[in-house]
Design a protein around this ligand. Structure first.
Ligand code: NI
Length: 186
């Protein structure tokens, strides 16, 4: 396996629409998926899309670990390491949630992004299985973020308040402000 170079914001590949994959089980795609998983884990990310490694194909890898789900969250908030070829999703219900996201293509920054709270998604795994799941919370968020990459969309382009874009190591200011507000509210 090989560690792949990650494209950073500003590289045009991140703004292009990726092409569908004709054969999700081909050797080439299985090799790409293995390299993407290794690259994601090495970079300590929880999701990666093929355009982020300069490959304009509709392939994503992600996981939604239990520690990222909110306490008491439904099982649909978690997902094991998953690779999907030609993934698609649709919202379930109208709820929109604001949540913090980072991106391996935008290192050092974090932003609050509105996303559908619940989705249903589907795709093909590299071993040819059809995958269909319902997701909510962080799980729904990471899938929407990765599928956006396949359409040339970065999370910053989804933000409606750029005042909520910050360096990750300055994020504690937001937490402190929230604590102050909670205290004031009694
Ligand atoms: Ni990303």
């Amino acid at each position: 396996m090989t560690l792949l170079k990650i494209a950073r914001m500003g590289h045009p590949v991140l703004l292009e629409r990726a092409e569908p994959v004709a054969d999700p089980t081909s050797r080439e795609i299985r090799r790409l998926v293995a390299d993407m998983v290794e690259t994601m884990e090495d970079a300590r990310g929880v999701g990666l899309a093929a355009p982020q490694v300069h490959i304009g194909r509709r392939v994503i890898v992600f996981r939604a670990p239990a520690e990222r789900a909110e306490e008491g969250a439904a099982p649909e908030a978690e997902a094991p390491l998953t690779a999907l070829v030609n993934p698609e999703f649709e919202p379930v219900g109208d709820d929109i949630e604001l949540g913090w996201e980072g991106c391996l293509s935008i290192p050092g920054l974090t932003g609050a992004v509105p996303r559908h709270a619940r989705i249903r998604y589907r795709g093909t795994s590299p071993d040819g299985r059809a995958v269909e799941r319902e997701a909510r919370g962080f799980h729904a968020r990471v899938v929407q973020h990765e599928i956006d990459h396949l359409d040339g969309i970065l999370y910053t382009m989804r933000m409606d308040d750029l005042g909520m874009l910050c360096f990750s190591d300055e994020m504690h200011h937001f937490a402190e402000a929230a604590r102050e507000r909670a205290k004031a509210a009694g």
